[in-house]
Design a binder for this molecule. Structure first.
Ligand code: NAG
Ligand code: NAG
Ligand code: NAG
Ligand code: NAG
Ligand code: NAG
Length: 390
């Protein structure tokens, strides 16, 4: 077993190496476009690196027309020590204020993330609402929060050209849009396979099952080459299992999952039991379809070749897929990535059941899931008057 650990650790070190710096901002010359861009809105510093030197942050001044209707605010909160969190830009005038992101069009699929840390910067203790748009298409309704955690919105989107515009749109007279940071990260063409020109994927959750909060911190940017945030979650109704090996680095599989995703899982208590999950999309009841990506890899080393792990996956009582669950200890086996689309949303809920397949000798398990809804980006953002009086 110790030998196994050593070999696995070695393999991981090697596989992680070439990607150490991929997550940093990368400007592509001679066009001054970016494959990856991290913008710290309102920052007075031109560029700076995170203490680990992995991420390079840019001020937003080069990406937005500076006008009188924008104000930079320095926040004095417990997050002041985190450089990206201590400034924001807000827009007291104008209905719509936009950032222009020059991206490298050789890549088409990008992950966009906008974060909003209110920090009660206006002293009003009043969370604000406004709309976020990308290239004039609806992205999200933002409602800021009084909580210490920033609100964030993530979108997987195929860029249409070199300039991508991200706009903050006022929807109520007395609610002022603001933004803390904005990021764009290129994705490999094989990731998000059903993403197309007319459809963007809006992220609802990305969960690393079987892992506790402390694990969340270990998924750093060298391990997570796509700059994704995974939430650790243990579920009391199931076994929360993990491998003794906790590697770093990422995998060369579909969607490049980071290693911690494969070494933590939830598993049903026995071979006759199933895993039942439900994802609630309320209050956005207009959503019709969900897009789910499930990751399977048994983190426990099973020495007997006779043990087979295979699952049946149902949504809304319809069997969709039978999938083999590979074993972490068998190097030739790749993480199983199952994409379910379209998944019907009934009421406001999409449900998933993972049951043992007939030939399986092991209880069903699941390592991680990504839950998206689809956004139609073929039409302009819905123009609505909302609560605006003017
Ligand atoms: C998507 O749009 C690009 C141009 O923006 C075009 O070249 C490509 O063919 C389109 N893809 C499909 C599948 O329509
Ligand atoms: C979280 O997981 C780590 C590693 O598996 C473990 O050392 C720690 O005790 C766990 N913490 C809690 C609160 O379960
Ligand atoms: C399997 O697990 C379920 C739910 O945890 C339980 O109700 C059932 O009695 C278990 N069956 C066996 C054979 O242990
Ligand atoms: C966004 O807000 C508008 C106005 O309140 C509403 O009509 C729309 O359904 C919301 N969309 C989503 C996806 O929440
Ligand atoms: C595996 O299955 C074969 C045939 O069913 C049996 O002969 C063998 O003893 C099993 N091995 C183990 C390790 O269970």
């Amino acid at each position: 077993m110790d030998q196994l650990k050593l070999v696995v650790a070695l393999l991981l070190t090697i596989s992680a190496l070439p990607f150490q710096t991929v997550a940093s901002s990368s400007k592509v010359y001679p066009y001054n476009t970016y494959t990856t861009l991290h913008i710290d809105c309102g920052s007075p510093n031109p560029t700076y690196s995170t203490p680990d030197r992995i991420l390079e942050w840019h001020t937003d001044q080069d990406f937005i027309k500076s006008e009188k209707n924008q104000i930079i605010k320095i926040l004095l909160t417990k997050h002041t020590l985190i450089q990206t969190m201590n400034t924001l830009r807000f827009f007291p005038k104008g209905n719509k204020n936009c950032y222009n992101l020059p991206l490298f069009t050789q890549y088409k699929k990008f992950l966009f993330r906008a974060r909003f840390y209110y920090g009660n910067y206006d002293g009003l203790s009043k969370p604000l609402s406004f709309r976020l748009e990308i290239d004039g298409k609806f992205w999200a309704n933002v409602t800021a929060s009084l909580s210490e955690e920033p609100v964030y919105h993530e979108l997987f989107y195929i860029i249409k050209g070199e300039k991508v515009t991200v706009c903050l749109v006022r929807t109520t007279d007395d609610e002022v849009p603001f933004i803390s940071f904005l990021e764009a990260t290129k994705l490999l063409s094989e990731s998000c396979k059903f993403l197309d020109n007319n459809t963007a994927l809006y992220l609802h959750s990305r969960i690393n099952y079987g892992a506790n909060e402390s694990v969340e911190q270990t998924v750093d940017v060298s391990t997570e080459i796509n700059n994704r945030i995974w939430k650790s979650k243990e579920l009391p109704d199931y076994l929360n299992i993990h491998s003794d090996v906790t590697p770093s680095g990422h995998l060369f599989y579909e969607n490049s999952p980071p290693w911690p995703v494969t070494v933590y899982a939830i598993q049903a208590h026995n071979i006759t039991d199933s895993i039942y999950l439900a994802f609630d999309f309320s209050p956005q009841t207009t959503i019709q379809q969900a897009y789910l990506v499930l990751y399977f890899m048994d983190p426990l080393y099973r020495s007997s070749p006779n043990q087979t792990s295979r699952v049946k996956i149902y949504t809304n009582n319809n069997k969709l897929v039978v999938a083999d669950v590979p074993n972490f200890g068998r190097y030739e086996e790749k993480c199983q990535v199952v994409t379910l689309f379209p998944v019907p949303i009934v009421g406001s809920v999409a449900d998933v059941t993972i049951s043992p397949a007939e030939s399986s000798t092991l209880a069903p398990l699941l390592n991680a899931i990504k839950v998206f809804s689809t956004i139609d980006v073929s039409k302009p953002a819905h123009l609505f008057k909302g609560k605006r009086k003017t």
